[in-house]
Structures are given as structure tokens and as C-alpha cells.
Design a protein around this ligand. Structure first.
Ligand code: UP6
Length: 257
């Protein structure tokens, strides 16, 4: 997987969304996912429109918006279409199947009606993935969490390996894995999504740990890097996103050289 160009990996994708995502990445020369962690709708929409040309994925925590109304979704969808990126709700589902089914399809957010990709923990087992798989929308993908970027995580090696097994078992539904290391190198159809990325290695005061662009792409096996505050807290998010995009794409090109 690590030395194979994204273009060649499309043929290995069992999940429709992964193939679509690889195509967008190639068209836009972008393996940047923004973590749009802002709490006002206007900020989210502005940010999406500004960084839109430079990203392949817009990752949301839709439940942190303080002024959410259902019509926000249509506007987000329009921006996503305008700039050709996918909407990705980082819900980190982790309940029994029945509850996840309700959380995914119902409530004010109706996540399944707009997010082509969601995240899930593997901790509760297959029922959770069966619930997502069984719901209406037919273009959907899941990133399963096999590791986290936070210090002191309770996830161990056995959990990580079982998560990858689960991803392979559900390969029609699973777009890829959220992790910090090159774990599933024999499976080019799965995408590695790696959060905890900034220009320099470091940490925040709540356990988040950052690696640099070069390290995540060349040593840690990331296919897509998630950048949040590295962009959102900069004075010019569009320019910052463009800079991350170029650095990430160059690091990818170096990796496949
Ligand atoms: N995220 C992590 N680490 C994980 C999984 N997910 O940071 O292991 C998510 C967070 C946040 C984003 O929920 O939205 O990635 C990182 O944002 P930051 O770049 O501002 O730290």
C-alpha cells in the first residue's frame, strides 16, 4: 500500500466511497482532510467555502454547533458540491447496533442523509456496523478507529489487530482505518486516515499529540491527514490549507517515488 500510487489503489477498493474519495484526491491533488471544529454555523460555512478548493474531506463534529438548524445541511452539501469534497461526520459511534441505528438515521442531525462517511469505534462489535450497513443511503463509508492520537489511550495491540480484521470482514462498508501507524500495508483498498497533524510535532494541554506532515506521510503510513487547529486557528485558513495541501501531496509523491 505505502508505495502504490492512489490511482492504482482504486481497483482494490471494495467500498464505493473509497474509490470515489481516491478519485477526488487525484483530481484535486489533495490528501488533506480538515477538522472543522468550530461552534458557530457561520464560521463552519465560511471555513468550508474558504478551504474547499484544497481539501478532499470536510470532517465535522456536527453536535458542537451552537446554532444548528436542519437547513445548514443543504448549504453544506452545496459547498461540498461546488468544491468537490465529501462530507464526513466524525461521530465515533460506539453503542449497541440498535442505538447506533437511531443515532445514524434519526434525531435532529439525521447523519445518514448527508454524511457520506462516518467514524465508528470497533469496541461494541459487529452489531454497530450491521446497523450502519442496513440503513437506507447506499453510498456510505465508515472509518474504523484502530488507534487514537491521544496520550494514555486504553487501546492495545490486540484491539488494534481485531479492528483491522473487522474492517476486512466488512470491506464493502469500510472506507478505511483511523490510526497512527502503517498497520494494514497488505491491503491497498483501505485508506489510512491520520489525525494529530501540524507543521511541527507537539501536543496540546488535553492529551492531543501531533506529528509533522513528513512524519505522518512518510513514516506513519497516512494516506489522508486530518488537520484541525493547524488551519482553523491560523489568521488565513485558506492560505494555510493550501500550504498543508502542497506539503502533504509532496510528501505522498516522495513516498511513492
Ligand atoms: N481525532 C483526533 N485523534 C483521533 C481521532 N480523531 O484528534 O485519534 C479528531 C478530533 C479532532 C481532530 O476529534 O476533530 O481529529 C483533530 O483536531 P486538531 O488537529 O485540532 O487537534
Amino acid at each position: 500500500r505505502l508505495r502504490m500510487p492512489y490511482s492504482e489503489r482504486i481497483d482494490y477498493c471494495k467500498n464505493k466511497v473509497s474509490a470515489k474519495l481516491f478519485k477526488i484526491m487525484l483530481e484535486k491533488k489533495s490528501n488533506l482532510c480538515i477538522a472543522a471544529d468550530v461552534t458557530a454555523v457561520s464560521e463552519l460555512l465560511d471555513l468550508a467555502d474558504q478551504v474547499g478548493p484544497h481539501i478532499c474531506l470536510l470532517k465535522t463534529h456536527i453536535d458542537i454547533l451552537e446554532d444548528f438548524t436542519p437547513d445548514v445541511i443543504q448549504t453544506l452539501k452545496d459547498i461540498a458540491e461546488k468544491h468537490n469534497f465529501l462530507l464526513f461526520e466524525d461521530r465515533k459511534f460506539a453503542d449497541i447496533g440498535k442505538t447506533v441505528q437511531l443515532q445514524y438515521n434519526k434525531g435532529v442531525y439525521r447523519i445518514s442523509s448527508w454524511a457520506e462517511i462516518v467514524t465508528a469505534h470497533s469496541v461494541t462489535g459487529n452489531g454497530l456496523l450491521d446497523a450502519i450497513k442496513g440503513s437506507d443511503n447506499d453510498t456510505k463509508g465508515v472509518f474504523l478507529l484502530a488507534e487514537t492520537s491521544s496520550a494514555g489511550s486504553l487501546i492495545n495491540g490486540a484491539y488494534t489487530q481485531s479492528t483491522i480484521k473487522m474492517a476486512l470482514q466488512y470491506n464493502e462498508l469500510v472506507t478505511g482505518i483511523v490510526c497512527q501507524n502503517p498497520l494494514f500495508t497488505e491491503h491497498p483498498g483501505l485508506i489510512q486516515l491520520t489525525p494529530g497533524v501540524q507543521l511541527q510535532a507537539g501536543k496540546d494541554n488535553l492529551g492531543q499529540q501531533y506529528n509533522s506532515v513528513e512524519v505522518v506521510m512518510q513514516e506513519k503510513g497516512a494516506d489522508i491527514a486530518v488537520v484541525g487547529r493547524g488551519i482553523t486557528l491560523s489568521t488565513d485558513p485558506a492560505k494555510s490549507a493550501e500550504n498543508y495541501k502542497k506539503l502533504l501531496w509532496n510528501a505522498y509523491l516522495k513516498r511513492i517515488e
